[in-house]
Design a protein around this ligand. Sequence first.
Ligand code: AMP
Ligand code: ZN
Length: 120
Amino acid sequence: MRNSHLEADCLFCKIILKDIPGKVVHEDDKALAFEDISPQAPVHLLIIPKKHIARLADLQADDAALLAHLFSLVPILAEKYGVLESGFRTVINSGERAGQSVFHLHIHLMGGRDFRWPPG
Ligand code: AMP
Ligand code: ZN
């Protein structure tokens, strides 16, 4: 692995390394954002750290600035995709019972339709 913060068996680490393709919409030294392969809304992006953190449950105190950086991208991308004012939803699933299927921390950013509460 070319980056010691990444894991060989992780799908999203492979997208970071460009070993598998992703429709990347933002990239910087700490984060990557790309389109979800199975969108659940007209806008459905995933924002991930360039560090393998499996679940939100595994976040450490010294990851706080990294998480803040990920969230700072939310309004930027929401504006870029035209959902900043109409409304959007952010979701982080942590663990199997919450529906997490890829164990590399990611923020779902979804918009372009109405959402219900509570989520299923
Ligand atoms: P979660 O269920 O919260 O872990 O979300 C994982 C998300 O990753 C799902 O919405 C999937 O559609 C998405 N996903 C899985 N594989 C890929 C991929 N190769 N490229 C982009 N998104 C993916
Ligand atoms: Zn990973």
